[in-house]
Each structure stands twice: as structure tokens, then as C-alpha cells.
Design a protein around this ligand. Structure first.
Ligand SMILES: [Zn+2]
Ligand SMILES: [Zn+2]
Length: 261
């Protein structure tokens, strides 16, 4: 037998790949799902986060408290590590998007970016504001919200409308307020992709405005839909619903037109 055929002679990358194959889970149990190349959705607690994967990785949102471990597991699923995350983008400061942020920041040497209107809430030692707009329901949720409050997290970069970062050929920050005052969408013109966070819902296959119960200002949210309708994209990713892979720009324009009627 030739010496090169012994297991010891296999290159390290091949051994690692084979070991990973042994531990890889069947598809329904995986945390990650590719939407389009480079854009992966991750099942976190309470919402969906996204991994924008290239040489380095950008994480979008962090789920509820306790999602940190899931996000680290999702990196393992795709053969990457915590050190690969270069930045964390937060679409808005609701607990199901920033809940996992402090725990992730303990494991990941990445810079965190938040819209300048919501950075103070993320950094504050005070609990996050109650997002519920119905006074009675807000009162009922209060104790639970205090229990799952993540505490303060670090913000390294305050972003605003029109800012651009070098992610997937260029990522533009689109301020899309209404759901919250500092909600942002992330637009990738080179890829034809838009990540809207909670600025839109795709309930039962129908595109619609964000939830009235959890949105600060529906009039502003409607104006934001008109703004998003002006962007050029094919694929639309949400934080709580299945993505629309093709034809999404036309659907947002239809919604915008219906809202103007
Ligand atoms: Zn929200
Ligand atoms: Zn949400």
C-alpha cells in the first residue's frame, strides 16, 4: 500500500469535512437555510436572524435571550466559527431582535451597528420599552417582558438612512420607521435582495403592513412601504415570515399602490 493511502496522509481539510459530514443534521433539524447564495436564514428564539456570508460574516439580528448558542451552532452547521463574524446589524430594538445581543457580544469579536435613534435603548441599563400599543395587553405583557429583558449591550456604530457598508457588494441602510422609530431595512442592490426586519409582514402568503399591536406609528409605517417600493429588488427577507424569493419588488409596489388608493 502506498504511504499516501494511509488515513494520516489525508489533508486536514478533508478530514474535517468528513467529520462534519458525520455530525451534520437532517435538513428539517438544521438551524440555517439558504435564501439565496450568501444570504442564510437562522432560526433563533422568537424570530429569524440572517447570516450574510462571504470571507467574513455579517449577522443581522440576534433573536430573544438564549439565542446566542443557536447562532453559534448555526455557524458550526456551515463550517464557520464565531471569529468569522465581523459585524452585527440590528434592524430595530425589539427584544426578539436584540435579546441575544449581549450574549453574542461575549463570544464574538464583532462591531455592532444600530440606527442612531435606537442605539440609546440598546445601550441603556433600563429595560427595553414595552412595544405593545394596546394599554391592557401592554400591562399584561409587562412582567414577562421584564423577565426576558436582555440588559444593556454595546453599540459600536450608529447608522442612518443612506449609509453604506461593504457587505455582499454593497449594503445600503434604508431607514424605514413606523414599526419603531429607528427601524432599518438592509438593501443589497448588487444582489437584488432586501431584508426588511419587521417593517412588513408576509402573513399566509399576503404581504401587509407591520403588526398594528406592536407598531408605534402606522401612518409612518405606510410611508415606509412607499419608500421601500422605490427600491430595486427581487428577493425579500422578513424576520418572522418565509422569504419571497422572486418578484418581491412588484409585490411591494402592489401593496404600496393599494395603500395609496
Ligand atoms: Zn419588531
Ligand atoms: Zn420581531
Amino acid at each position: 500500500m502506498d504511504a499516501d493511502d494511509t488515513p494520516e496522509a489525508r489533508p486536514e481539510w478533508q478530514v474535517r469535512l468528513e467529520e462534519r459530514w458525520e455530525t451534520i443534521k437532517p435538513r428539517p433539524f438544521r438551524l440555517t437555510r439558504e435564501v439565496v447564495p450568501g444570504v442564510l436564514q437562522v432560526r433563533t428564539r422568537g424570530s429569524r436572524a440572517y447570516l450574510l456570508v462571504e470571507d467574513k460574516i455579517t449577522l443581522v439580528d440576534t433573536g430573544n435571550v438564549g439565542s446566542g448558542l443557536r447562532i453559534l451552532e448555526s455557524l458550526n452547521e456551515i463550517g464557520r466559527s464565531a471569529d468569522d463574524i465581523r459585524r452585527i446589524m440590528i434592524t430595530h430594538s425589539h427584544v426578539d431582535h436584540v435579546g441575544g445581543l449581549p450574549e453574542i457580544q461575549r463570544h464574538v469579536p464583532a462591531k455592532t451597528a444600530v440606527h442612531l435613534l435606537e442605539a440609546p435603548e440598546v445601550e441603556s441599563e433600563e429595560p427595553l420599552p414595552n412595544p405593545c400599543q394596546h394599554p391592557l395587553v401592554a400591562r399584561l405583557l409587562e412582567r414577562w417582558l421584564l423577565r426576558i429583558d436582555p440588559g444593556s449591550a454595546r453599540v459600536d456604530l450608529r447608522v442612518e438612512d443612506g449609509d453604506s457598508l461593504p457587505v455582499l457588494g454593497g449594503m445600503r441602510i434604508v431607514h424605514a420607521p413606523g414599526h419603531t422609530a429607528g427601524s432599518i431595512s438592509l438593501h443589497f442592490p448588487e444582489r437584488g435582495v432586501l431584508l426588511v426586519g419587521d417593517a412588513l409582514q408576509n402573513r399566509f402568503g399576503r404581504l401587509m403592513l407591520p403588526s398594528r399591536l406592536f407598531s408605534k406609528d402606522m401612518e409612518t409605517a405606510t410611508e415606509s412601504v412607499h419608500k421601500l417600493a422605490d427600491l430595486d429588488f427581487e428577493t425579500l427577507c422578513f424576520s418572522h415570515f418565509r422569504p419571497i424569493i422572486t418578484g418581491a419588488g412588484d409585490k411591494v409596489r402592489e401593496l404600496s399602490k393599494a395603500l395609496s388608493a
